[in-house]
Design a protein around this ligand. Structure first.
Ligand code: F0G
Length: 452
C-alpha cells in the first residue's frame, strides 16, 4: 500500500563514508545505542518516539494549556482513552516506563510473581525492583524464530495455570499481557487468547494489566487474521481487547505516534487513588504527570490517528515489504512478519559465533559500518543477568530493524535490504565481540564492546 499521506516537511539526512562509520562505531563501543544520530543514515534503532507527527498533531501542539493544574489537554487525553480504550482513569507519565514504575509499586509485594507473555526490558526491571519474579508464560513457539503462527504472542494458558498452582493465586497480583509482544518479533495476541487469559486470571482474583504500547498494531492483526473481526472497526476491536483488562500501561511513543509521553489507565477508584498519590512524587500533578499540555494534546490526537485502518494497513505493509525482501534472499528472520519491525535471527546468521560473543550485537555493528543503517540488539545483551549474576541466555538472539511511523519510504527499505543481503554473503569472515564495560541494570543501553 502506498503512503496514505503527503509529505510537507522534510529533514535532510547525512550520508557518511565507510571510514567515518568505522571511526564512529569504535567511539560508540560497538553499541548502536551510543552512536550519534547525525552519523546515522537510516535509523531503525527503534520505533519509539521517532515517529512523524501529523499536521493535526502539530496544530494541537499550539493549543497547549500549560496551566499547572486542570489543563484542558488532559481532559482531551482522558476523553480519548475513555473513548478508544474504555478505561475510566488516566495517570499521565513521561513515557511508558513511568507508568510501569507506578503500576509495579502499587501492585507488587516482595516475593510476588508476575507472569507475562515474554519479558520486556523496562517492564521486568520495574517488577524486579519491587521484589517480584517475572515468569514467562508465552507459548513455546514464540521462542522459535521459524514457527509460523498468526498469533505468536499468545499466552500458554496451561503455563499460566501451572504457575497459579505452584505459587498460589495470592502471590500473583496481576498478569502482564503485552499486545503486541516486542521481544517475540512484534507478534500479536488473539482476542480469543485475551479473553481466556482474563477468565482464568479473574476467576482466581488475579488482575490483568495490558502493556498497550503497540495495541493498535495488535488490533489490526486481529482484524486481518482472526475470524469474526474482518468487519469490525479498529476502535471497536481496541475497546473489546481492553474490556478484558483492569488497566494498561502505555508508551505513547509508539502507537500514540508522538515523540514523548505515556500513561497508566485504570478502572478501580482505589488503585487510581494510590497511583495518583505516587505520580506526584515521580512525575508531576495527576493532571499532567510527566507531560506538557501540548504533549498531551498531541498524544490525544495521535491515539485516534493510530486507530485509523489506512494508517495501520500502510504501517504493517511497510514491515511486510522489508520482511519479504529478506525472506526471498534466504536471510534467517523471525516468522511471520510482526507489527513494528523485522527481526534477524543472529544465531542463524552467524552460526559460528557463540552467544557469549554476542552475535546480534556484532551484526548490528557490522550493518552500521556497511551501510549507515542503525539497528538494535535484542538478544543476550538486552536480556541482562539473573539474580545470581549469570547471563540470561535467551533463545532468541535477534537484531531488530524497527520501522518508525510515517518516517521512511519503501526506497529506504530497499537500501536496508540490500545491505543485509550483502552482509549475509560475507558472513563467514565476521568474528564476535567481548564486553569491556557493563552497567548494573538495563546494560544494553550503555555497555561497551571490542572486536575479538
Ligand atoms: N513496553 C514495551 C513493549 C516497549 O516496547 C517499551 C519501549 C516500553 C514498554 C517502555 O516504554 O520507552 O516509553 O518507557 N520500547 C522501546 C523499544 C524502548 O525500542 O522497543 P518507554
Amino acid at each position: 500500500m502506498a503512503e496514505p499521506y503527503r509529505i510537507k516537511m522534510v529533514e535532510p539526512i547525512k550520508m557518511t563514508t565507510r571510514e567515518q562509520r568505522e571511526e564512529a562505531i569504535k567511539r560508540a563501543g560497538y553499541n548502536t545505542f551510543l552512536l550519534d544520530s547525525e552519523d546515522v543514515y537510516i535509523d531503525l534503532l527503534t520505533d519509539s518516539g521517532t515517529n512523524a507527527m501529523s499536521d493535526n498533531q502539530w496544530s494541537g501542539m499550539m493549543l497547549g494549556d500549560e496551566a499547572y493544574a486542570g489543563s484542558k489537554n488532559f481532559k482531551n487525553l482522558l476523553a480519548a482513552v475513555q473513548d478508544l480504550y474504555g478505561f475510566k482513569y488516566v495517570v499521565p507519565t513521561h513515557q511508558g516506563r513511568g507508568a510501569e514504575n507506578i503500576l509495579s509499586q502499587i501492585m507488587i509485594e516482595p516475593g510476588d510473581y508476575v507472569p507475562g507473555n515474554m519479558y520486556f526490558t523496562t517492564t521486568r526491571a520495574h517488577q524486579e525492583l519491587n521484589g517480584a519474579t517475572f515468569v514467562d508464560v508465552i507459548i513455546d513457539e514464540a521462542h522459535d524464530s521459524e514457527a509460523e503462527l498468526p498469533f505468536k504472542g499468545n499466552v500458554d494458558i496451561e503455563k499460566f495455570k501451572k504457575l497459579i498452582n505452584d505459587v498460589g493465586a495470592e502471590r500473583i497480583p496481576y498478569i502482564s499481557l503485552a499486545v503486541t509482544v516486542n521481544m517475540a518479533g512484534g507478534q500479536p495476541v488473539s482476542m480469543a487468547n485475551i479473553r481466556e487469559v482474563a477468565e482464568v486470571a479473574h476467576s482466581h482474583g488475579i488482575k490483568v494489566f495490558m502493556d498497550a504500547t503497540r495495541c493498535a498494531e495488535n488490533a489490526c492483526f486481529i482484524k486481518q487474521r482472526e475470524p469474526g473481526y474482518q468487519h469490525k472497526s479498529i476502535p471497536d476491536i481496541l475497546r473489546e481487547m481492553f474490556s478484558y483488562a483492569d488497566g494498561c500501561t502505555m508508551s505513547g511513543k509508539k502507537d500514540g505516534i508522538v515523540n514523548i509521553g505515556g500513561f497508566l489507565a485504570l478502572n478501580d477508584p482505589d488503585l487510581y487513588q494510590k497511583a495518583a498519590s505516587l505520580v506526584v512524587v515521580y512525575e508531576g500533578m495527576p493532571s499532567y504527570g510527566g507531560m506538557a499540555g501540548r504533549d498531551m494534546e498531541a498524544l490525544a490526537r495521535g491515539l485516534y490517528e493510530a486507530a485509523d485502518y489506512d494508517f495501520l494497513t500502510h504501517r504493517l505493509s511497510q514491515v511486510q515489504y522489508l520482511w519479504d525482501m529478506l525472506d526471498e534472499a534466504g536471510i534467517p528472520i523471525v516468522r511471520p512478519a510482526g507489527g513494528h519491525a523485522v527481526f534477524i535471527d543472529a544465531r542463524k546468521f552467524y552460526p559460528h559465533i557463540p552467544q557469549d560473543h554476542f552475535p546480534a550485537q556484532t551484526l548490528a555493528a557490522e550493518l552500521y559500518v556497511r551501510s549507515g543503517v542503525r539497528s538494535m540488539e535484542r538478544g543476550i545483551v538486552s536480556a541482562g543477568r539473573d539474580k545470581e549474576g549469570r547471563h540470561h541466555y535467551p533463545k532468541l538472539e535477534l537484531v531488530r530493524l524497527t520501522i518508525p511511523r510515517r518516517v521512511y519510504t519503501y526506497a529506504h527499505l530497499d537500501v536496508v535490504a540490500d545491505a543485509v543481503i550483502d552482509l549475509y554473503q560475507e558472513r563467514d569472515k565476521v568474528k564476535g565481540l567481548r564486553m569491556v564495560y557493563e552497567p548494573p541494570v538495563l546494560r544494553f543501553f550503555t555497555a561497551r564492546f571490542e572486536p575479538l
